[in-house]
Ligand binder design. Structure first.
Ligand code: ATP
Length: 254
């Protein structure tokens, strides 16, 4: 892949739910080691675009390319192999499992005998390898000390870190983060932004966020959606000053 080829490229994406047009001719490009934000008011189509890339929604039309090759839209069971990982809005950890066990669930790609047998110790070599990878992922988000805590004892900011570790354990090329700053205070947002920037040493990051302020400082480029269309794209400075963006956000009070 040439250095100018985008890692991920979606073009002319349209999605309808019955009579409702959720996306219309949307485009998005993510380059190597880039942090790109998809922002926009409530109902703009951000999650639908994420879901299309993750195989949770099938577009009516549009093309998808990954590593320079056009291909069908990814199915959910192809994501790990392709190198795409996603965190879920609302975190989605298993409350009664330990942090390490939660992260190990993200490592299924590496469990030669399947997660269940590995988790139950039928193959101790696989289990040890999974645990090592999971521990390394936790350490990358500075959460190694939390490994043996139950997920339901964590603070909210810590659950968000663990959710990222769970996505990192499959060693993705593209990490998709759903509202990484949602519910965090200013200090934790700063910390989270620092973490995201560090991740770009190894991968590209795609972020969906409702509030534009929280992603402005961390994103190299932004796409702004409103009513299912891209109304602006570019650097934070360009987007922030775009009258169409100001009008869209003022219109919703976000
Ligand atoms: N499964 C679905 N069935 C019907 N309509 C849907 C479905 N998913 C989304 N929509 C509609 O599509 C539009 C885009 O929704 P989407 O969730 O993608 O927006 P969003 O920008 O992520 O919003 P928010 O910031 O509130 O999460 C909305 O009008 C929404 O009601």
């Amino acid at each position: 892949m040439s250095t100018n080829t985008p890692l991920l490229h979606a073009e002319r994406v349209s999605v309808s739910f019955g009579g409702l047009r959720a996306l219309h001719d949307v485009y998005l490009q993510l380059n190597e080691r880039e942090v790109v934000g998809v922002i926009g008011p409530n109902g703009a189509g951000k999650t639908t675009l994420f879901n299309a890339i993750c195989g949770l929604v099938t577009p009516d039309s549009g093309t998808f390319s990954f590593e320079g090759k056009q291909r069908s839209w990814p199915r959910t069971d192809e994501l790990a192999e392709l190198g795409i990982a996603r965190t879920l809005q609302g975190v989605g950890l298993f409350p009664d499992l330990t942090v390490l066990e939660n992260v190990m669930i993200g490592a299924q790609k590496f469990a030669k005998t399947g997660l269940i047998s590995a988790s139950f110790g039928r193959n101790t070599k696989d289990e040890a390898e999974l645990a090592d990878r999971s521990m390394a992922a936790l350490e990358r988000v500075y959460a190694g000390a939390l490994a043996h805590r139950r997920a339901n004892t964590l603070s909210y900011p810590d659950t968000k870190r663990v959710a990222i570790a769970r996505a990192l354990v499959s060693e993705p090329k593209v990490l998709m983060l759903d509202e990484p700053a949602g519910g965090l205070g200013p200090q934790d947002i700063e910390w989270m932004n620092g973490l995201i920037r560090n991740l770009t040493a190894h991968m590209s990051v795609l972020i969906v966020e409702h509030h534009m302020d929280v992603v402005m400082s961390v994103c190299d480029r932004l796409y702004v959606l409103n009513f299912g269309e891209v109304i602006s794209s570019g650097s934070a400075d360009v987007v922030r000053r775009d009258p169409a963006v100001i009008a869209a956000y003022l219109g919703t009070g976000a």
